[in-house]
Design a protein around this ligand. Structure first.
Ligand SMILES: C[S@@+](CC[C@H](N)C(=O)[O-])C[C@H]1O[C@@H](n2cnc3c(N)ncnc32)[C@H](O)[C@@H]1O
Length: 252
């Protein structure tokens, strides 16, 4: 049975301190921007640019990018997220907003469409080959000189129970060491034994993997690192590696 949440086109209530549940159980939109998303928004305010936010949820980055002055294409798997996002935008900036429902890696845009792309906390829901296909497409969608920003969940944050498996798989040389098909033994403390309401599959990533993904797609990495999400108090122990991020450029 497909589970849904009905919120009547309103953004759901925060679960904990800025964690807004998605309607399709693909985790939460984090309502506090990290440094990588902030860089994307700063770029959005840098001039006459068109930017794409993939897996935008209710617009935590897309709306500030719009307010910064960019033309924004906000895209998500779930049309309900896009409807809520559009309802949060005033009439005047809405003329610069296009909402596009689509699923990575199947969706497509024309080549050379965007000056920047943000894909924040989405890629870890995809199988490894699909991550490579999706980032290859992002490369094509960007104009030469365009920038990509990727942020993902790591095996050190809420999925920290996966860390030993990730490390062991990496030692064995596995290409996707954080790919976990049965998440039930690794659920965060407190969630075990309850009906599964999370994703069925996760492909947890880290800085090394994000850099490889970008390089193999043809990008030149500018900045990368772990992202400390200790701003999300109330979700358990944090060690400063909860997310990983990368900024990279498509060469001219
Ligand atoms: C964890 S939320 C991240 C939201 C926001 N980008 C952030 O960083 O907080 C994941 C979002 O990605 C969307 N999503 C999940 N899988 C997707 C896919 N294969 N293609 C496009 N969007 C996807 C979900 O619908 C959801 O809105």
């Amino acid at each position: 049975m497909k589970m849904t949440r009905n919120t009547g086109n309103k953004m759901p209530e925060a679960y904990l301190n800025g964690l807004i549940p998605t309607l399709n159980f693909t985790g939460f939109m984090v309502n506090f921007l990290d440094d990588y998303a902030r860089g994307f928004i700063e770029f959005a305010g840098s001039g006459d640019v068109t930017v794409l936010d993939l897996g935008c949820a209710y617009g935590v980055a897309a709306i500030p990018a719009l307010e910064a002055g960019a033309r924004v294409v906000a895209s998500d798997l779930d049309q309900r997220h896009l409807d809520i996002l559009a309802g949060r935008v005033d009439e005047k900036p809405r003329k610069n907003l296009q909402c596009v429902q689509g699923k990575l890696p199947d969706m497509d845009f024309a080549a050379d469409s965007f000056d920047a792309i943000l894909c924040s906390r989405v890629l870890h829901f995809l199988e490894g080959d699909d991550i490579d296909t999706a980032t290859g497409k992002m490369f094509r969608w960007l104009k030469p000189g365009g920038r990509i920003t990727l942020v993902c969940d790591t095996p050190y944050g809420i999925w920290r129970n996966v860390a030993p498996v990730f490390e062991a798989n990496r030692k064995k040389g596995e290409r996707w060491p954080g790919a976990v098909k049965d998440l039930s033994p690794y659920l965060p403390e407190g969630a075990r034994g309850k009906p599964a309401k999370g994703p069925a599959f996760m492909n947890l990533l880290d800085v090394v993997l994000l850099k490889r993904i970008c390089s193999e797609a043809g990008f030149v990495v500018q900045r990368s690192g772990f992202i400390d999400r200790s701003d999300l108090s109330g979700v358990g122990r944090m060690d400063g590696r909860e997310n990983a991020g990368v900024d990279a450029i498509k060469p001219k």
